[in-house]
Design a protein. Sequence first.
Lengths: 207, 203
Amino acid sequence: MNEIKKLFSQGIWKDNPVFRQILGICSSLAVTNLLINSFVMGIGLCFVTGFSSFTVSVFRHHTPKHIRMMVQTLIISAYVIILDIFLKAYYPSMSKALGPYVGLIITNCIIMGRCEAFAQHNKPIISFFDGISMGLGYTVVLLFIAFFRELLGFGSLFGIQVLGENWVNWTLMIMPPGAFFMLAIVIWIAKNIFPTPEDTNEGGAKA
Amino acid sequence: MPRKKPLVYPVVFMILLTALFTFLLAFINASTIDEIERQEELSIQRSILYIFDIPYKELDDRDITKRYTQNISSSIEKNRKIYRYTLNDTVKGYAFEFSGSGLWGTISGHIAFTPSFDQILGVNFIRHSETPGLGGRIDEVTYKDQFRNISVMTANPLIYRPATNGNIDSISGATLTSKAVKDIINDFIPKIKSYAKEVGLYE
């Protein structure tokens, strides 16, 4: 139990995939102009990371080392397709809103990063929770960025107008540059909170 | 000399794993295909009801289909599907599917006209790959509702404000998507008018 608690505190805070490991940047730039998109993207990523890590861990003793990345890609893509089918069947409006981004979950480095760094050397259940905690860490950052972008760019939160008639939408915030500014601010703050340089290199390409 | 890597085991392992996941995906696909088709059909029905401005928001799925079948009939003439909205035996409008290139991929949707083809009744988009939150906002009612009752008696009827005679607003932050939508519809209108004349929908 304690181990799981520790995993969650690492995933969400100390070892957060976005502002500590600088993984999953592309999608955190892309979908954060609306809270609802970020939320569903985050849940989707939790699902895929959790189950991919679990499956990779189940097969870890049987997977030949030199083809492990191929195996991981296969496993991750299968879960992404499952998520895509699920959204199409039971949540079509979200499937439509997220459009191509669902399929692009597979390119999120967090998933493969966790498979490589954690699931390869740990038991299935604990790997599953590691995946979920990293997914949650990602979701929290996404929601944080989206909160400011949607509020300043549209004057709304989760699609509900909260700033009055007199609010002038700050369009830059919902455009791609807004994402860069917000993410930079988040990483800057995080950098100040964790002043000691640590080796957080988890392996895998950054994107 | 480096140790020779085994060949047979990885190949067999990969084949088995691929087979396992293919089987799993095929199973999930087969068990949800009916639901996905039903959802797609419903989204078309909602779209057609929306462009004819027939209220449906408060209805559940079954009642949407009921309202759709009560009001709308469709037929295929010269390879194009025509949706007819009939109320008390008078035709209230015709609708068609259109598609064209958006910023990232094809944008397709439905457009409805009055029986005399002088005004747009409504426009809706059913499929597109525009950026969520930017170009993807063509799905928002505030944008789509602008197309209602726009006269199509001139060439290139859609003009974005603030140009002279502008009649709709583009989406801020999504200039290219907005332009794509305008071009798709402006190109589609003369085509569909000549088609409608050809099949005898109006004189």
